[in-house]
Design a protein around this ligand. Structure first.
Ligand SMILES: C[S@@+](CC[C@H](N)C(=O)[O-])C[C@H]1O[C@@H](n2cnc3c(N)ncnc32)[C@H](O)[C@@H]1O
Length: 213
């Protein structure tokens, strides 16, 4: 069990992140890399569904979105947010375990885009790497992986300054941060191409790759 099962932490987070200018910038960049046509999308560690809303606003023709998260209070917020939207399914799933297609959809569930927002840094590095391979397996050829993420700053001092600026002094003891470069390598190793860090502000980065067409 992680601290994300704590409703107080979840509500504090949800109230704080929407006010962060840098986050909004990162989200604008994420929208920029969405494929022109999105039918199926997946959000890994979807939280209250903030990124799913961004996708649906930017690509209203989207027919199906899966949001995965393990936190009960986050799942409740996301389910409430999309209660009237049949396109969205919010699933309880621990990302430490393989991400599989829902039963009965094998072969039909390929995603045009897999997104994640500030979630994968909670996983051990080995699991980050195997998750990137699963992302490639989940994408259609040509599909996009866009991971808006907390990354390791170059020095502890820079990290402390970053945490101060996002109003989180001391950081989060559950973070397992990796620097940008190794993560880009892991994404390439997983089979993604056109891999790059498209945007960065201090300890926030948008890591993007594409499944070969
Ligand atoms: C910082 S919040 C980000 C939420 C949302 N993606 C956003 O962009 O605002 C981190 C999210 O990752 C989820 N998370 C952390 N570890 C997880 C795991 N092992 N499996 C599934 N979700 C996890 C938490 O429950 C939480 O919703």
């Amino acid at each position: 069990m992680t601290s994300w099962s704590d409703a107080t932490k979840v509500h504090e987070y949800v109230g704080r992140v929407g006010r962060l200018e840098a986050r909004k910038e990162g989200e604008r960049e994420l929208v920029e890399v969405l494929p022109q046509r999105v039918r199926h999308a997946i959000d890994l560690g979807c939280g209250d569904g903030r990124l799913i809303s961004l996708i649906l606003d930017a690509r209203p023709e989207t027919t199906r979105v899966r949001g995965l998260d393990s936190s009960a209070p986050m799942l409740e917020l996301a389910r409430n947010r999309f209660a009237d939207d049949e396109r969205v399914t919010i699933e309880e799933h621990d990302l430490n375990f393989p991400v599989a297609e829902p039963e009965g959809t094998a072969g039909t569930a390929g995603a045009d885009v897999v997104v994640s927002g500030f979630a994968i840094h909670h996983l051990r590095h080995e699991r980050k790497r195997s998750l990137f391979e699963e992302v490639v397996g989940a994408l259609h050829p040509g599909g996009v992986f866009a991971n808006l993420e907390i990354v390791q700053c170059a020095t502890p001092e820079l990290d402390a300054e970053f945490q101060r600026r996002i109003d989180r002094p001391g950081g989060d003891p559950e973070d397992i941060l990796a620097a940008v470069e190794p993560q880009l390598e892991w994404m390439r190793d997983a089979g993604l191409v056109q891999v790059d860090c498209n945007w960065r502000w201090r300890g926030m980065a948008l890591l993007v790759g594409q499944k070969p067409a």
